[in-house]
Design a protein around this ligand. Structure first.
Ligand code: SF4
Length: 315
């Protein structure tokens, strides 16, 4: 994308999405110091660009410190980020820690190294945040990452759990925020290409991509291609959970349920699943009754009109 008007439009759009996520989840408050983790990938460059723009316009005052962890992976271009961040004029800290050697030593050849690597990286980020007096840590995960994590946990972990827009670290010392929660990977990729960020490849460590995550990504891409809007729909669902219509006794007291218990969304036991017009579904799920070779009528289960005569053409 080299058309600067299109790029400016996209920038404004993404700034709007980031601003909305920050407000919706109260991610940044007056007086905060935010450590912005920069890996050299498209997401973190976009994150920093957005936060700097919002910092200039926001009615509150907050400080941004960019941080990169040089994990000593072979071929890591150590000069790229310091140069970029210095030119940008943002305060930054480069932390050098040879986690690459530790991971190589501990994990047998051919096994995925990401979980140990991430744990080591997390510890270093938290320590740096403490040293720099940052109370918030901003990560570049976006909406698609969050949806993919939901499916990973759902399909491989037996848990209805995703990646939250905001969380408290285990040591209760920091709040982690994901200001790109409302941004799609597609838009971020377009923006990063347009901005010509000096991207550092993410496969320097030589680790195999997480196979399960890769499968989920392919599955969602395929769904989105065939039925556009699925990722948005899943993300919206993450913001609209109805515990009384799941099966977790710890979230909803099914055992204590009586006629007097108010239940969200009411009795839908015999209704078909809701499909809104915006979800792109062309045919509601229900009982499909063939009328003729060309026509099908759809009746919700439980409300089947017994007078329907299958041989009669629909008008
Ligand atoms: S891809 Fe490499 S650098 Fe990234 S988390 Fe996995 S092991 Fe670490």
């Amino acid at each position: 994308m080299d058309d600067s008007k299109t790029l400016q439009k996209l920038r404004k759009y993404l700034e709007g999405r980031v601003g909305k996520a920050i407000i919706d989840y109260n991610m940044i408050e007056d007086g905060d110091t935010v450590l912005v983790c920069i890996s050299g990938g498209k997401d973190s460059y976009t994150l920093l660009t957005m936060l700097l723009a919002l910092q200039r316009r926001a009615p509150i005052r907050f400080q941004l410190i960019a941080m990169n962890l040089d994990q000593k992976q072979p071929g890591f271009p150590a000069d790229v980020l310091p140069r970029y961040l210095a030119e940008l004029g943002v305060e930054f800290r480069i932390v050098e820690a040879d986690t690459y050697s530790i991971v190589r030593k501990k994990i047998p050849e051919g096994k995925t190294t990401c979980s140990l690597c991430s744990r080591l990286r997390r510890g270093i980020i938290y320590r740096t945040a403490k040293e720099l007096g940052a109370n918030k840590i901003a990560l570049g995960h976006h909406r698609d990452d969050m949806v993919h994590t939901l499916f990973l946990n759902l399909l491989f972990g037996g848990k209805l759990k995703a990646m939250p827009p905001k969380l408290v670290t285990d040591d209760k010392a920091h709040v982690v925020i994901r200001p790109l929660a409302y941004c799609s990977e597609k838009d971020i990729s377009r923006f990063a290409r347009g901005m010509k960020f000096p991207i550092i490849p993410c496969n320097l460590c030589g680790s195999q991509a997480n196979l399960q995550r890769q499968k989920i990504r392919e599955m969602m891409e395929d769904w989105d291609h065939r039925y556009p809007g699925r990722t948005e729909s899943v993300f919206t669902a993450m913001q609209n959970i109805v515990p009384s219509h799941l099966a977790d006794n710890s979230r909803f007291d099914f055992r204590g349920l009586t006629l007097a218990t108010p239940v969200d969304e009411g009795d839908i036991a015999f209704d078909p699943p809701e499909i809104s017009a915006s979800s792109g579904g062309s045919v509601p799920i229900g009982l499909q009754v063939p009328i003729s070779n060309d026509n099908v009528i759809v009746e919700p289960l439980g409300r089947v009109n017994s007078t329907v005569r299958p041989s009669q053409p629909m008008r």
